[in-house]
Structure formats: C-alpha cells, structure tokens
Design a protein around this ligand. Structure first.
Ligand code: GDP
Ligand code: MN
Length: 440
C-alpha cells in the first residue's frame, strides 16, 4: 500500500521528478530522503559543461524582456532559441499562465525574442514535472539555435544497484525517457563504469554506436561522452542528463539541454558550484530551515511535525494521516542536533500560520533528549507559543546485546531527560502561556 505521505506530498514528488528514476523499478513508489539537493539552472550547468570542453550552443542569460532582446541582437545568429529557466524538465511542452504555450521557442527575429520573453518572465510555467500552478520564471536563456538532424538521450548516473556510475543512453532522445524505458526497453543502453578505472574508450565508442552516431560522428560523440564523464567526476555530480544529446546536419554533436544533480556531501570541496545554488524556487521557510541545517519540507496540513530521523518523520506523518489529521510539514532534525537548532526549528514552525498544533516525536536513540528538552523549553519561554504542543521523548535503553542504539552520553540517566522537560514545564509554568502541553 502506498503510504499516505506518498499520496499527499506533491512537493516531494516534484523533487523526485527532478531525480533520475530511470534505473529504479517503477513499482518502488516514492522514496523519501531528508537530503537537500543543490539545483542548478540549465544555463549554469551549460557553463560548467562548456568550461570543460563539452559542446553547447552560444548563449546569454536575461532577466528582463529588453535584456533578452539585446542578447538576441548580440548573438547575431541565423536562428535563436529562447528557453525559460526553471528547474523542471518538459519545458518544451509546458504552458505559461500568461497564455503562452511552450517554454522553448525558436525564431529568426530578435524582436520576437523580446515579445516572447515578455510573456515568459514573471509568469508561471507549468510542465509535467512542476506543481499544477507551475513555477515562476525569473530568467530566460537566449541561445544560438542549431538545426537538429537527430535527437538522442544520454545520462551519467550514480546508481546504487551498480555501486557506481552508469552511462545510460538511447537513440530515442528529445522525448520523455521514462516512456521509452517503458515502451521500448531494448532502446535503453547501459554501460557500468568502474570508478577507479574511469571510462574506457571502448565503452564510450560502444555507447556512441548504440546511440546511432555514424562515421566521424561516432568518434565525436565518444569524445563528448568522455568529457561529460570527466566533468561528472570532477564536480561530484550524481547525475548529468543531456536530452537531447543531438547531432546537427553540419556534423556536430551538441548538448542541447542539461540537467546536473550534485552530491551534497561534496559541498566542502565544490564551494564555487554550491555558491551558485538557485534557491529562488524554494519556499522562503525552506531556505530559512536550510540555513540552520534542518531538513524541512512544507506540506499542506495544520499539524507541525518535529521529528528526528527521516524514517520516523515519515512514520509520524503517516500516523497523523491515519488518525484523520494532516501534517503541515516534514521536519527532520537528524542525529547531531544542537539546542540552538531545536530553538530555530520551533521558531520556523510557529511562524507558519498554517500550524495549529505541534507534535514532537523524538527517539532518543540518536539524540540526547536533554538537548531537545532544553531547546523546546527555551522556545516555549521565548516564543510565546500559542498552539498546543504534544511531546513524546522516547529514550532508548542500551543493553549490551540489545538492538537499541547507545545513548550519546552513556553516563546520563536516560529517564532524567524526560523528567527534565517535565520539570521545566512545571517550573516555568509554561502551561499558562500555551493552551496545553502534553507529554506522552
Ligand atoms: P525540455 O523540454 O525542458 O527538456 O527542454 P529542451 O532544452 O530539451 O528543449 C525541448 C526541445 O526543443 C528539444 O527536445 C528540441 O527538440 C528543441 N530544441 C531545443 N533547442 C533547440 C535548438 O537549438 N534547435 C532546434 N532545432 N531545436 C531545439
Ligand atoms: Mn530536454
């Protein structure tokens, strides 16, 4: 049975839509992780590509219609392609709430670029991968259009089932690759790459051939594939997807589109790339949460969840659903949480007008409950909590051979932590300033 969270969390689905699902069995359903992903727009990904020898079209980025017009004139190209910059795919077939159809337009007239950009910038573009209302377009890419004689699909993914990188390609590109995978699985080709040995010439050549590149185009495509793989490694990507990976009638292999995902754990050594993180499509509250290293995802209910561990957070959302409620958010504090983060998390939750109650569900196996208790009591005192708060702090007892994880501070009496909160509640007379605090 699909979990109620899976059924409800449109936002999560949207995020997942941005992730490679090609190699995952369809029946797997939604996977929820507490990861934040770095998101780059197409123009940023293409800059990384061109800096690393990968062939992309000449382009400019524009924030206004007049900038787009100027860019189109400056490009001085036979034909221009104007592309709305949002983090979701399927833009070509998308629709704007300005009425304009298509997030990707080709024209020979720079003036038309200005007119089209006017109907893109500031409007929402809805595609198969966005929420129904679409995503606001703040920027457009103005690029030199090239004729495309053939569209193929190419991606490099970090794939768990292969324990490493995999090249995935199909001669049927430019379309929704998952549909190809479902209807013509024989048209999906894979090459597993040994991360220590790197990509072999024979693998790049075989993929180029499978993609249908002939004659001199085969070597050119193989060269582009190797360069894309080297970029993938160099920038700690988890996915580089090029759809279409196309060829022109003049005999050039070109990356017409680009989507790169990154390994967030590599932030420390990819500072320049992470500095480009485009958070404009995030909810402000999500950005605020990220500042304090909290894993927060807004949902549309009214009961705030305050939980440690993504699994428990999901289970908690499910329990709320099963009891007829709706979670207002998914907040995973993680294991290494500090008191200040607990306080900030509360601040976030209480500033959300949707929130009518807060449910704290903490498993003390991976955190010290005293930290949580102190954070909560500080928040209660300082934030004038106006909504009911229900707290469950469960402390794991650690037997030598038991399944429970040991407490962080083994010397502490686990039960003290709960008593601690209870004592605070009574001592600070918190019951007077909130409609109710319940300790479970
Ligand atoms: P997506 O719809 O979000 O995946 O955006 P793409 O960048 O893939 O563009 C959608 C489609 O527009 C592509 O599959 C191409 O068919 C077409 N397209 C994009 N750029 C060009 C170009 O420079 N020339 C031509 N002829 N078609 C293009
Ligand atoms: Mn595309």
């Amino acid at each position: 049975m699909a979990s109620p969270v899976a059924a409800q969390a449109g936002k999560l689905l949207r995020r997942l839509a941005l992730r490679p699902r090609l190699l995952a069995p369809r029946s797997q359903g939604v996977q929820l992780t507490s990861r934040r992903w770095l998101n780059l727009q197409e123009y940023q990904s293409k800059k990384l590509m061109s800096d690393n020898g990968v062939r992309v079209q000449r382009f400019f980025v524009a924030n206004t219609a007049s900038e787009a017009l100027e860019a189109a004139k400056r490009l001085n190209a036979k034909e221009i392609v104007l592309k709305a910059q949002i983090l979701a795919g399927g833009r070509g077939k998308g629709v704007f709430n300005s009425g304009l159809k298509g997030g990707v337009h080709l024209t020979k007239d720079p003036k038309v670029v200005g007119q089209l950009a006017k109907q893109m910038i500031g409007y929402n573009l809805a595609t198969k991968q966005t929420p129904k209302e679409g995503v606001k377009v703040n920027k457009v890419m103005v690029a030199e259009a090239l004729d495309i004689s053939r569209e193929t699909y190419l991606a490099i993914l970090m794939d768990r089932s292969c324990n490493g990188p995999v090249l995935v390609g199909s001669p049927q590109g430019g379309v929704d690759i998952e549909e190809v995978a479902a209807s013509n699985p024989e048209l999906i080709f894979k090459e597993q790459i040994d991360i220590f040995e790197g990509i072999k010439d024979s693998q790049a050549q075989r993929m180029a051939e499978n993609l249908g590149f002939l004659g001199p185009l085969k070597n050119q495509a193989a060269d582009q594939i190797k360069k894309l793989y080297n970029l993938f490694l160099k920038i700690d990507a988890t996915q580089v997807e090029v759809n279409p990976f196309g060829e022109t009638p003049e005999g050039q292999v070109v990356c017409f589109d680009a989507k790169i995902n990154f390994d967030d754990n590599a932030e420390f050594r990819q500072k320049d790339i992470f500095a480009m993180d485009d958070k404009s499509e995030n909810e402000p509250i999500e950005n605020e949460a990220a500042r304090y290293d909290l894993k927060y995802i807004g949902l549309d209910g009214n009961i705030a969840c305050f939980v440690n561990g993504a699994g428990l957070a999901m289970a908690t959302c499910d329990i709320i659903f099963l009891n007829g409620g709706k979670p207002a958010n998914f907040l995973d504090l993680g294991g290494g949480v500090k008191e200040a983060q607990v306080y900030q998390a509360f601040k976030l939750l209480t500033s959300d007008p949707k929130v009518e109650a807060i449910l704290v569900n903490i498993f003390g196996g991976i955190v010290n409950c005293a930290i949580i208790a102190n954070g909560i009591t500080k928040a209660c005192r300082e934030l004038e909590l106006k909504v009911p708060l229900v707290v469950r702090l469960e402390v794991a007892l650690h037997g030598k051979h038991g399944w429970c994880m040991p407490l962080r501070q083994e010397t502490e009496n686990p039960n003290r932590n709960i008593t601690h909160l209870r004592k605070y509640v009574i001592h600070q007379n918190l019951n007077q300033c909130v409609p109710g605090i319940f300790l479970l």
